[in-house]
Design a protein around this ligand. Structure first.
Ligand SMILES: [Zn+2]
Length: 283
């Protein structure tokens, strides 16, 4: 290869890099949360959650995922319930059992200005299939996971219910920040903190995000599914360890109280009815 070819190749690479950098929005001055619409879960039996129908205001779930954009990088939290590959491109919703979605995830991410290669960190609240659908898309990011969760996900055979191993198989070789039942300050300034909250699964985690305008928000994953779990103390029938769940809930509730935080239950229709969907954001 001549030096001229090398120079041209370098220039091409540089301009491609510049183009991709241009497409990406400039980092915001303070953190933002984008909320993606990943569909719904309908027709669940409330008894799975130790409730009778009349005890719940709303039985159905929303399914969402979140992009946190911080001045120093990005974090994708969860990844939906239906893989983008299942959409036929005809605008029709995709239904898989109790799960249904009308929009794939990556076009929503693109509308906010980002593609998977722009994602610095990826974290799952937990490994259940309604959170992992597009996890493989983020295997180029640094995966933040509790050791107990990862051991379950990649055990032989994989352990646990509601697991769709194919959806996250690529995470096995991702650059990984392995946590041992501990919290992690993602960008080093205390504004985005992964918090260990085991019980629903062995390494379930929630995400605390300090927003300049809205204040502190805790993305609660499946620490709860229904607001009624918060008031009654009931846990689902399929918890990995209900005792551990109660301890995690007590810890997070104390944190929410001490810090005057909001708690967003990821599947709660009422919580997300009042929040904007991407490309709008909360900051
Ligand atoms: Zn869930």
């Amino acid at each position: 290869m001549s030096s001229r070819t090398v120079t041209l190749a370098a220039l091409a690479a540089l301009s491609a890099f510049a183009a991709s950098a241009q497409n990406r929005p400039a980092p915001p001055a303070t953190p933002r949360i984008y909320i993606f619409d990943n569909g719904a879960i309908k027709g669940l039996d409330p008894k799975l959650f130790n409730f009778n129908r009349e005890e719940l205001k709303e039985v159905d779930f929303v399914d969402v995922s979140y992009l946190i954009v911080h001045p120093r990088g990005t974090l994708m939290f969860d990844s939906g319930e239906i893989p983008d590959s299942q959409f036929k491109g005809d605008g029709q919703p995709v239904v898989q059992g109790v799960m249904s979605a009308s929009k794939p995830l990556l076009p929503q991410l693109a509308a906010a200005g980002y593609k998977p290669a722009d994602i610095t960190y990826f974290a799952l609240s937990h490994y259940h299939a309604d959170h992992t659908a597009n996890a493989n898309e983020f295997a180029g990011a640094t995966w933040i996971v509790q050791k107990a969760e990862r051991d379950f996900m990649f055990g032989t055979p994989p352990q646990g219910a509601i697991i769709q191993v194919d959806s996250f198989a690529k995470l096995k070789n991702a650059k990984t920040k392995l946590l041992d039942n501990e919290n992690f300050d993602v960008f080093g300034d205390g504004t985005v903190v992964v918090m260990s909250a085991p019980g629903h699964t062995p390494g379930h985690q929630v995400l605390a995000v300090k927003l300049a305008h809205r204040g502190l928000v805790v993305l609660a994953g499946d620490l709860y599914h229904y607001p009624e779990e918060r008031t009654t103390g009931r846990t689902p029938t399929f918890e990995f360890d209900a005792e551990q769940s109660r301890a995690s809930r007590a810890k997070i509730e104390q944190f929410v109280k001490d810090k005057h935080a909001e708690l967003w239950i990821e599947h709660d229709i009422a919580t997300h009815a009042s929040l904007p969907r991407s490309p709008k954001y909360v900051d």
